[in-house]
Design a protein around this ligand. Structure first.
Ligand code: ZN
Length: 133
């Protein structure tokens, strides 16, 4: 049940029971139910607005991802991919490498300066055949 439906139910219930216009308590109850009705309608409007805004934000987000891809040449989601972790044999520092660093085949350890060489040879059959030649 939505808030609006709950208040509608409450209104129906109150009307069914009947208001005694001479009773101060009934007047107060009636006023409270009217306020609840207003609040329920406002909340419902706000909920609709939030859904609409959320949809618009998704659209903007998608557009922005497209623009980022144009400018930087990668997709937002691909940013975290292709990271490799190596441990420096000299000092034990964990070093994170992106694919660009891997292409350089070696870097200096940021902690101790030892040159780290990588040999990430591919395990696929094609490359192994080449190695064997
Ligand atoms: Zn090191």
């Amino acid at each position: 049940m939505t808030v609006l439906e709950k208040v509608s139910y409450l209104k129906g219930l109150a009307e069914g029971l009947g208001f005694d216009e001479s009773s101060k308590q009934d007047k107060l109850l009636k006023a409270i139910i009217e306020v609840l009705d207003d609040i329920a309608m406002t909340v419902t409007d706000l909920e609709d607005d939030v859904v609409e805004l959320s949809d618009q934000l998704d659209a903007v987000d998608e557009d922005l991802a497209g623009v980022e891809e144009e400018i930087y040449g990668y997709e937002d989601d691909a940013e975290d991919e292709d990271f490799y972790e190596v441990v420096c044999p000299s000092c034990g520092e964990q070093v994170y490498l992106d694919s660009e660093m891997l292409e350089e085949e070696s870097i200096d350890c940021p902690a101790c300066g030892t040159e780290l060489e990588f040999d990430f040879s591919c395990d696929c059959d094609e490359c192994n055949e080449e190695d064997n030649q």
